[in-house]
Design a protein around this ligand. Structure first.
Ligand code: RTP
Ligand code: MG
Length: 140
């Protein structure tokens, strides 16, 4: 299996509850390495640009408001099959449907305040990593 990189965001509901360490423990225990990390407060324009793919969805305005409601932690995770492995570790979008032991089952508050984002394809991973990080910021 290929070594991949994926973009993870620990969302404001999780930073607010001091869950960064517990979430990172799940990544590292599963064998994903955190090779870049950055805590920041997104602006409205940045959140709209990051989630532009959802701009026509009914929840877009609420999603942007939520994503700027507090700091986020953007990270690059690296490991075997990292993109899909991270999606497995995160669990389903709706925490009520997420498998036991996943981040969203353990920590998410709702379908919107669901603690983490993860890239969903190699193309999205490349684009989302470059949204937050320059090459010099990433140390494998
Ligand atoms: P993400 O992009 O954040 O990793 O999450 P995902 O792939 O599991 O879910 P996606 O369909 O891409 O939705 C992006 C984020 O929008 C919020 N959402 N709210 N109110 C709603 O019905 C609703 N549906 C989605 C969630 O924060 C979701 O993660
Ligand atoms: Mg998504």
């Amino acid at each position: 299996m290929a070594i991949e990189r994926t973009l993870s965001i620990i969302k404001p509901d999780a930073t607010r509850r001091n869950l960064t360490g517990k979430i990172n423990d799940k990544f590292e225990t599963a064998g994903l390495s955190i090779i870049a990390t950055r805590r920041l407060q997104l602006t409205k324009a940045q959140a709209e640009a990051f989630y532009a793919v959802h701009s026509h969805r009914p929840f877009f305005g609420d999603l942007v408001s939520f994503m700027i409601s507090g700091p986020v932690v953007a990270q690059v995770l690296e490991g075997e099959n990292a993109i899909m492995q991270n999606r497995d570790i995160m669990g389903a979008t709706d925490p009520k449907k997420a498998d036991a032991g996943t981040i969203r089952a353990d920590f998410a508050e709702s379908i919107e305040a669901n603690s983490v984002h993860g890239s969903d394809s190699p193309e999205a991973a490349a684009q989302e990593i470059s949204f937050f990080f320059a090459g010099i910021d990433i140390t494998a």
